[in-house]
Design a protein around this ligand. Structure first.
Ligand SMILES: Cc1ncc(COP(=O)(O)O)c(C=O)c1O
Length: 271
C-alpha cells in the first residue's frame, strides 16, 4: 500500500519539514481490521487536543475522511497518521499560516506471542525517566526519544514491555502502553497531566468501567502502590490488554478484573 501525503500517493517530503527538524507534529497509530479503523473517535479526539495545544490548524473532517478511505483500502494492518507543521526555513519560529502535512502509512499488524494475552508478560524496569512537561503531557507528539531510550534498555523476548516512571519516581506507563492496577476491586491508572501519552484504549476502558460496575480512579501511583496491587495490566489500541505477571521483584496473578476487561478490549478492537 502506497503512502499518502495530503490525500495523494506520494513517497517523499522536503528536507526542511518541521516534523523532521524539530519533531513539530503529532501522530496516531491505528489498528485496522475488516477495513475499519478501530477506536477512531478516540484517536481523533487525542489528535484534536494535540492540534489545539500545538496550534496546528488541521481540517479534522478531512483527516477523518482520509483515514477511513485509506483503511478501507488497507483492509487490515496498522495505519500510521503523521501530522507535521509543514516546511520552514531554519529556526524554531513557525510560519503562522504553515499548513500541516497529512501523511498516511500502512504496515502489518504486529505478531506478538499469543501467550502475552493468554498468560501474561513481564515488564522490564526502565531506568529512563519521563520528564515533566504539562504542555505536552498526554499528547502523542513526534518527540519520542524517551521511549526510544527506554526501549533500547532491553532486548530479547523475556520482557514484552517496560515500566516507566517520571523523574519524581511516580509510576506512569509502559514504553508503548498504558498501565492499570487493581486494588480491592478498584481500577487505578496514573494521571497524565505531567507526562505520558493518554492512550485511546485507556480512555475507552475508563469510560466503560462504570457500565461494568467497576470503580476506577485516575491518580498518582507509587512503586509501593504497584507492589501492593492485586492485579496489573498494560494496554494499547493495537494489542488490547496483556496481564502483567512480574516486574523486578514484584509478582501478580492474571486476575479476574483483568480477564473481564480483556474481553471488553477484544470486543472494542475487533481482536
Ligand atoms: C508512550 C505510549 N503510551 C501509551 C500508548 C497507548 O496508546 P493507545 O491506547 O492509543 O494505543 C502508546 C501507544 O503507542 C504509547 O506509545
Amino acid at each position: 500500500m502506497l503512502n499518502w501525503v495530503d490525500g495523494v500517493a506520494q513517497d517523499s517530503l522536503a528536507l526542511n519539514n518541521r516534523g523532521l527538524a524539530y519533531g513539530d507534529g503529532l501522530f496516531e497509530t491505528i489498528a485496522v481490521r475488516a477495513r475499519q479503523p478501530q477506536l477512531l473517535a478516540r484517536h481523533l479526539e487525542r489528535l484534536q487536543l494535540g492540534c489545539k495545544r500545538l496550534a496546528l490548524v488541521a481540517d479534522m473532517l478531512l483527516v477523518k475522511d482520509e483515514i477511513q478511505r485509506y483503511a478501507a483500502q488497507m483492509g487490515e494492518g496498522v495505519l500510521k497518521l503523521i501530522l507535521t507543521r509543514g516546511d520552514s526555513p531554519r529556526g524554531y519560529a513557525a510560519a503562522p499560516l504553515a499548513s500541516p502535512y497529512r501523511i498516511l502509512q500502512a504496515g502489518p499488524l504486529p505478531t506478538y506471542p499469543l501467550s502475552h494475552g493468554a498468560q501474561g508478560v513481564q515488564l522490564f524496569p526502565c531506568r529512563t525517566r519521563l520528564a515533566e512537561q504539562p504542555l505536552l503531557a498526554g499528547l502523542k507528539h513526534l518527540n519520542r526519544l524517551e521511549q526510544v531510550l527506554a526501549r533500547n534498555e532491553w532486548s530479547g523476548g523475556e520482557f514484552a514491555e517496560g515500566l516507566m516512571c517520571d523523574s519524581a519516581g511516580r509510576v506512569i506507563e509502559g514504553v508503548y502502553s498504558n498501565l492499570f492496577l487493581v486494588r480491592d476491586g478498584r481500577l487505578r491508572t496514573a494521571g497524565l497531566q505531567r507526562c505520558g501519552v493518554a492512550g485511546t484504549l485507556r480512555a475507552e476502558l475508563l469510560a466503560q468501567a462504570p457500565a461494568l460496575s467497576i470503580a476506577s480512579e485516575v491518580c498518582d501511583l507509587s512503586l509501593a502502590d504497584l507492589a501492593a496491587a492485586d492485579e496489573v495490566f498494560v494496554c494499547n489500541s493495537v494489542y488490547g490488554i496483556w496481564p502483567v505477571l512480574a516486574c523486578a521483584e514484584m509478582n501478580w496473578p492474571a486476575g479476574p478484573l483483568t480477564r473481564k476487561l480483556q474481553t471488553l478490549a477484544s470486543a472494542l478492537l475487533d481482536l
